[in-house]
Design a protein. Sequence first.
Length: 302
Amino acid sequence: MLQLFSKRKQQETQKEKGFEYAELPGPLKYQVIHICNGAAQNFPHVFFHGRDSFYVGVHQSLCRNLGLPFLFRDARSAEEAVWTYFLNENDAGKCLDVIEAVLDHMVKIVRGDSWVNSGMGYEIQGATDEINARFKENYIGYELQEGRFIRIDSSFLHSEIMAPSLVVLREPYLQGANQEFSRANDHFRHRRFPECMNECLKAFESTMKSICDKRGWTYNQNATANVLLDVCKNNNLFPTYMETSLAGLRSVLVNVATMRNRLSGHGQGSQQIQITEETAAFVLRSTASNIVFLADREKLLR
């Protein structure tokens, strides 16, 4: 990927400011459009029928999921409607929705006819990699993983906590936890912090239940995180020499559940409880690291 001098100088300035989350810069938006159009036009049916044959499906998906009659009233084509909406939208979360919808539609086309669209998986991966590179170049704190954007608070946190959890959650037996953790990331991106925390707890509990199911351990389906930890401990998921470490880990995990119950799980009464971005981010990262720990311990069992 070409690295222009002006871009390198801009990166130096942006690096001092840190990651940006609220808005995508105009030049980045146009880069995304070029990347997506470049991949879309390589689909066989697009080659014969034009790019609008692809963007009709993207437009329909976005309108259905956003609850809109159309994306842009005066658009002359579905492609124009999608990208005009994208360019005019200031909210970063909604812009990311558009990118996800475009890539999701590509994946659906490939799955619909993998023979005709042979090789297009590489095109999708190439587009994903370039979008991630452009986001990194512009210091936008999001990265595409498995077709979904996740937030990057720092390179260290992403590489040491978030990325490993996404790999672990690809395990088939953790499918439910994967879906819940993905929803937690989506809620966080859209600043729905109480919903983010709720999904974090679900993902954490689902991970333990999935381990119990895989190992044939008995538990109550309505068991709380605290009870599930006891079940896992009693079945030697944690070795005795880790007792001290377990106490600290258990405290963090239970605090995640307690925080959820106090802040977002109960009615807020006459005084509305405000859940800060920092609180939700802490829960999200804690959940990710705890899921990795639990899954790694399960692999060590005989």
